[in-house]
Unconditional design. Structure first.
Length: 169
């Protein structure tokens, strides 16, 4: 269990809305459960403004399949039982990837993203990863700040290429 200082969601805490109150809360990082794959996860991504592929690889069924296959690689930050942050790790046997890292805006800047990234790295290292990578769509200073603070290095000479069966995949 990790303790982070997290601003309460004004929607769920009227006192916080009127006072801007900050409370210290316990955030637990653990695998996302199957229900989470079918609603809460997409809600966190949407609130965080993350661009996703809900009709492709981020479809609830695709996520549930990943969960069944790699339950340790789809992680959530839970404040009590509420999902406030998520990260999806992938391991291809050669490299580990950090994908779809997102934290609800009400909890930004309180260490939740850093805790999720550390948990993702630990899970990938347990699989044998010795190199961990992330793709960041620019501009995204918070994400670049988080990764660089955690020791990741930019590769300005690398260009991302992809070949898609259809635009939503
Ligand atoms: C990127 C994101 C996950 C960071 O989560 P967070 O919980 O707010 O981050 P943390 O509080 O753990 O911050 C850790 C470090 O990240 C960096 N960081 C966080 N917010 C930042 C910002 N707005 N600008 C620059 N750096 C920032 C800082 O280095 C920070 O360390 P510090 O607090 O000691 O300065 C969050 O901003 C988010 O959900 N963004 C929208 C979704 C997204 O773009 N995801 C990344 C996809 S690649």
């Amino acid at each position: 269990m990790r303790s982070v200082r997290c601003r309460m969601d004004p929607g769920s805490c009227p006192l916080a809305a009127s006072t801007g109150l900050y409370l210290t809360v316990k955030v637990k990082i653990r695998p996302i459960d199957e229900d989470g794959c079918r609603g809460a996860l997409q809600q966190v991504w949407a609130e965080a403004g993350l661009s996703t592929r809900p009709r492709g690889r981020d479809h609830p069924e695709a996520l549930a399949e990943q969960l069944a296959r790699d339950p340790d690689l789809l992680l959530g930050a839970y404040q009590d039982e509420e999902l406030v942050g998520v990260v999806q790790c992938t391991w291809d046997g050669r490299k580990g990837f950090v994908n779809r890292l997102a934290v609800r805006p009400a909890c930004h800047g309180q260490g939740v993203g850093r805790a999720l990234l550390a948990a993702c790295e630990a899970a990938l290292r347990r699989r044998g990863a010795r190199i961990i990578c992330a793709l960041v769509e620019l501009p995204n200073d918070p994400s670049l700040g988080l990764f660089e603070q955690a020791g990741y290095v930019r590769h300005p000479t690398i260009v991302y290429l992809s070949k898609r069966d259809h635009p939503e995949v």
